[in-house]
Write a protein that binds this ligand. Structure first.
Ligand code: PLP
Length: 346
């Protein structure tokens, strides 16, 4: 692997971060805060939030089995994805490599940051299932490839990328390897979080938006070495996670059993939904899934999409996505919602 200094943009490596009022005061038991030009009214929203979200990280770290200093929290995983570009990729010079089809934000962030985005098409087997080979992916990298983005379980295909191939990428690539585990809670395989200490160039992304049922609070997580998290903390906006979001996260973390219960219910309902879809005459193929959605190849996806739309049921039409012709991506809902979907499909 290249050294971190070789991978990080020189301007970021040398960056002196903004020092906020709340950074400078630390430790002392203070009761009167006249340092940040805040209003004394409208408690608690009058105060700037904790820039490093210490309390949230303190509760999150044991759940994820990592150190608090290995956690970055941001305005959705999308902030973490953008930070990876801004920290490592020199606009107009560097590139990143990813797969197709996959999550659309990697390419959008690459475009915004003027970083070349190279995508390697997944293979398919005779049944049309997706295959991922590390060799094909690595062949697309060169000296200026700063990061590889891999989404596992993959969106929109649904299944985890094979663990052996992911390990091959981690062992062979000398830049950053980002594994986006937005759907980690729904998979049976172990998370790559346990390998953080073994692979210092690994970044794992997770989010409060899916299994944690909190897309509205905008809270994403990145896990990596202390050094990498330190760089992200330098580059991010000082107060990137607001008071309301931190409070909502604390209340979720105070009762983690609620989340595991939601996940078990979703997994049971996913099995029921798949069985119902399998029996539907217009479903040609149901792709294996480790997430809270299922990709389904229909006889005519646009027609089905419109039929559902007319009945007020919205699914994601992936017909125009490479290798996803006639595919709909359907999120697992409540049993009532899924029954309504099936009723509308008939
Ligand atoms: C939904 C999703 C996310 C979540 O993004 P947030 O900004 O945290 O809401 C990240 N990655 C993938 C692949 C997703 O499908």
């Amino acid at each position: 692997m290249k050294s971190l200094q070789e991978l990080v943009r020189p301007n970021i490596w040398n960056l002196k971060p903004y020092s906020s009022a709340r950074d400078e005061y630390k430790g002392v038991d203070a009761t009167v805060f006249l340092d940040a030009n805040e209003s004394p009214y409208n408690i608690p929203y009058n105060r700037y939030p904790d820039p490093l979200q210490a309390e949230v990280k303190r509760l999150l770290a044991p759940i994820k089995g990592v150190g608090e200093e290995q956690i970055f929290l941001g305005n959705g995983s999308d902030e973490a994805i953008d930070l990876i570009f801004r920290t490592f990729c020199e606009p107009g010079k560097d590139n990143v490599v990813s797969l197709a089809p996959t999550y659309g934000m990697y390419e959008v962030c690459a475009d915004v940051n003027d970083v070349a985005y190279r995508s390697v098409l997944l293979d398919t087997d005779r049944e049309g299932n997706f295959l991922f080979s590390a060799d094909a992916l690595l062949a697309a990298t060169d000296e200026r490839t700063k990061a590889i983005f891999l989404c596992s379980p993959n969106n929109p295909t649904g299944a985890c990328l094979p663990r052996e191939e992911l390990l091959k990428v981690l062992r062979r690539f000398d830049g950053m390897v980002v594994i986006d585990e937005a759907y980690a809670d729904f998979m049976e395989e172990p998370s790559f979080l346990t390998l953080l200490s073994e692979y210092p160039h690994l970044i794992v992304l997770q989010t409060f938006s899916k299994a944690w049922a909190s897309a509205g609070i905008r809270l994403g997580m990145a896990f990596a070495s202390t050094e990498i998290i330190g760089l992200f903390n330098k580059v991010k906006y000082p107060y990137n996670v607001n008071v309301l979001t931190q409070r909502a996260a604390l209340s979720l973390l105070a009762d983690y059993s609620r989340i595991t219960a939601w996940v078990s219910e979703t997994k049971a309902e996913r099995a029921r939904l798949i069985a119902l879809l399998e029996a539907h005459p217009e479903c040609m193929h149901i792709y294996p899934t480790d997430a809270n959605f299922v990709l389904v190849r229909m006889t005519d996806a646009p027609a089905m999409y419109n039929r559902l739309l007319a009945k007020g049921i919205i699914v994601r039409n992936r017909h125009r996505v490479q290798l996803c012709q006639n595919c709909l991506r359907i999120t697992v809902g409540t049993p009532e919602e899924d029954d309504a979907l099936l009723a509308a499909m008939r």
